[in-house]
Design a protein around this ligand. Structure first.
Ligand code: GRF
Length: 239
């Protein structure tokens, strides 16, 4: 009977050694409401995302995302950019904070400051951002409104690696949503945000599994299905 008690234990050890993926240590940078942060926390708690948030960094003390972090026992830190003499000094302080907590991947989630080369070179290919448009269309701010005003039929969201130009780095994953001529900024933003919450945890999970390879502008994702017929037409073709 001593033997039969030991067997399951051995199995567990085997399972942990060979199937346990590592929890990639991430830092999430926010400036505001933090619904993407919430989606990341939820995916981790649901065990769909093998990551651990070592710190949530905010440049604003009143960012609601800080409350979300505290509600889930996630450490937070506020670095007010206005208290630093330059963008570079602020970025260095962020890099120091992330390194002190052994963060490997910096995840920008509604973080409203541009990054200088000080940050980008310290975390080269290890910074992700999410943008509420289909890059390279509509970089910058108020992009949901710009998409409606332009009359595009589709918009969406993009997770990309961050390089030294704003909203320009290699694209990891995008989701597409329809845009209707009578959309408001609010209705389109909500439609896009829902998809942001799906693709950001997925992008981080790809990273965690070591499936992302960057070659120039292109990001190759190992082992994903190739759906050649995944076509959207808006308005839909008449039958
Ligand atoms: C999102 O629309 C994101 O794409 C943009 O800022 C917004 C952040 O929202 N970069 P939240 O703070 O995650 O709710």
């Amino acid at each position: 009977s001593a033997k039969s008690e030991k067997e399951p234990e051995k199995l567990v050890l085997f399972h942990e050694r060979f199937f346990m993926t590592r929890q990639v240590p991430i830092g999430v940078l926010i400036s505001g409401s933090g619904t993407n942060l919430q989606a990341i926390i939820d995916a981790i708690e649901a065990k769909k995302l093998d990551a651990k948030i070592h710190v949530v960094l905010s440049n604003r003390a009143d960012a609601y995302g800080l409350v979300r972090a505290k509600n889930h026992g996630v450490p937070t830190e506020v670095l007010d950019h206005k208290r630093f003499p330059s963008r570079e000094a602020f970025d260095q302080a962020m890099v120091d904070a992330l390194r002190a907590r052994e963060v490997e991947l910096a995840v920008l989630a509604g973080f409203m400051r541009l990054l200088s080369p000080v940050f980008v070179s310290a975390y080269s290919n290890r910074i992700m951002n999410i943008h509420p448009a289909l890059l390279p269309s509509f970089p910058g701010l108020h992009v949901q409104r710009k998409a409606i005003e332009h009359g595009v039929r589709f918009s969406g969201c993009t997770v990309h690696f961050v390089n030294e130009q704003c909203d320009e780095g290699p694209i990891i994953i995008q989701a597409v949503v329809p845009v209707f001529p009578d959309d408001t900024e609010e209705s389109l933003s909500a439609r896009i945000l829902k998809q942001e919450h799906r693709i950001y945890p997925q992008a981080i999970q790809f990273y965690s599994e070591g499936r992302l390879r960057v070659e120039g502008r292109k990001v190759f994702v190992d082992g994903v299905a190739r759906e050649e017929n995944q076509v959207l037409v808006q308005p839909p073709l008449a039958r």
